[in-house]
Ligand binder design. Structure first.
Ligand code: PLP
Length: 473
């Protein structure tokens, strides 16, 4: 493709992109394609000769788009969102065009220094103390893995890195039963053994039971284990429950455990001063992660990881082969040593574009409105006799189910609610997901998509109501 064709095609694609975003509501939110329908339309072998771009782009529209679930559709209420925004997309175009590999300062000084400044901006925007230093990771899963590896290495004076495990090292890790599966994965990868991960009970609000935490630590210690790390959740995936950080931090300090805080979704709400109570006690935490790629309008992937002791992070990961040696020394950051991967995307650019395009006030207004929509929906559900709320809704997620008063059989209730979810999602008009809370099938509606407005939530609720009431009991 020569430069003049690139220019013409780029304009053509930008037009498609703008049309897509403008008309995204025309698509079914969740893709209706059957399993294997897409792959059956893809040739078994790659082309021997160059194909015209028109054909490639046509196939994108005809084969790929119908098989996509539209995460930027305002009626996307499932999981947690993966928000994008126009400034973020524009920055990604520039990032892809320059195609820089930002593993170290020398491989793109501006990318490194912009990242450093963006992490300072974010730290201030969410009210973290200045004692924290940040770095971008691809995902919260990776950040949590970094935290658990850093905990392991700090505790052993970096001995496992060097010598591997010795048989007497039996570490235990603690989180609530509602913690994200990335904790299990990190424990697995870090070589600690998932049988040493203690998933502790939660209280009525689905927050970690701190009494159970303290007794588990003491019990493990008596049995000869070494309690290593607690992962506290600020906003669990199931119901955005908020673990009591200050109490957990006190327990960690007393027993000398690493405290990692997973605020993957809810961390974005910390741009609102009125939600900073969620991280009271954070100054005693060792590490903290939240995902601007979920709720802060910065397209996937972009996960902000903050640590109190950069030295511990870097010593856990650093490696210095001859070909990476440079003369700048300590004056610059080499982010390849701040995490798992060597090669790194230039992620800071989209954050810069997003933060400047919205301004702090714009980000706050959007997040505040998302929360207000969920609060209105929760109030409506609370007033609807044949529905019930199944968890507190502190943020932009509402957990609920259909529960006609005459139905008491839990199995039937599970089946009715699964049927509602299936019908609503198959309608294409809205997309919700589910979880189980205390064993009960729970519908989840997250009103945090970039372009969601009150009428989208109202329409989804109306659809849920009519769908529920049309079911035969
Ligand atoms: C979404 C989520 C994660 C995982 O995030 P990734 O960035 O996809 O790895 C971890 N923890 C919580 C609480 C989450 O909601």
């Amino acid at each position: 493709m020569d430069p003049s064709e690139f220019r013409a095609r780029a304009h053509e694609l930008v037009d498609w992109m703008a049309d897509y975003l403008e008309g995204v509501e025309r698509y079914p939110v969740q893709s209706p394609v059957a399993p294997r329908a897409t792959i059956d339309r893809l040739p078994l072998l790659p082309p021997e000769n160059a194909e015209p771009f028109d054909d490639i782009f046509r196939d994108f529209r005809e084969i790929i788009v119908p098989g996509m679930t539209h995460w930027q559709h305002p009626s996307f209420f499932a999981y947690f969102p993966a928000n994008s925004s126009p400034p973020s997309v524009l920055a990604e175009m520039l990032t892809a065009t320059m195609g820089a590999q930002c593993m170290s300062w020398a491989t793109s000084p501006a990318a490194t220094e912009l990242e450093e400044r963006m992490m300072e901006w974010l730290r201030g925007m969410i009210g973290l103390p200045g004692t924290f230093t940040g770095v971008l990771q691809d995902t919260a899963s990776t950040a949590t893995l970094c935290a658990i590896l850093s905990a392991r290495e700090s505790f052993t004076q970096f001995q496992i890195n060097e010598r591997g495990f010795s048989p007497e090292m039996r570490f235990t890790i603690y989180c609530s039963s509602e913690a994200h599966s990335s904790v299990d994965k990190a424990v697995k990868i870090a070589g600690l053994g998932t049988s040493h991960l203690r998933k502790l009970p939660v209280d009525e609000q689905y927050a970690l039971d701190t009494g159970a935490l303290e007794s588990a630590i003491e019990r493990d210690r008596r049995k000869g284990y070494t309690p290593l790390c607690v992962v506290a959740a600020i906003g669990t995936t199931g119901s955005t429950a908020i673990d009591p950080l200050r109490t957990i931090a006190g327990i960690c300090r007393k027993h000398k455990l690493w405290l990692h805080v997973d605020a993957a979704f809810a961390g974005s709400a910390l741009v609102l001063p009125e939600y900073r109570w969620m991280i009271e006690g954070i100054e005693a935490a060792d590490s903290f992660v939240f995902n601007p790629h979920k709720w802060l309008f910065t397209n996937f992937d972009c996960s902000a990881y903050f640590v109190r002791d950069v030295e511990a992070l870097v010593r856990t990961f650093e490696i210095l082969p001859e070909y990476l040696k440079t003369p700048e020394g300590d004056r610059v950051n080499n982010y390849r040593d701040w995490g798992v991967q060597l090669g790194r995307r230039f992620r800071a650019l989209k954050l810069w574009f997003v933060i400047r395009s919205y301004g702090i006030a714009g980000l706050q207004a959007a997040v505040r409105e998302h929360i207000a929509m969920a609060q209105r929906l929760a109030a409506t559900i609370g007033r609807t006799p044949d529905f019930e709320l199944l968890a507190p809704a502190p943020l932009a997620l509402v957990c609920f189910r259909y529960h006609p008063p005459q139905v008491t059989d839990e199995t039937l209730l599970d089946r009715l609610n699964a049927a509602i979810l299936d019908r609503v999602n198959r309608s294409g008009a809205a997309f919700l997901s589910h979880t189980k809370l205390r064993g009960r099938y729970t519908l989840r509606l997250v009103s945090a998509q970039t372009s969601v407005q009150q009428h989208h939530v109202d329409e989804a609720w109306a659809l849920i109501l009519t769908t529920a009431r049309a079911l035969s009991l």
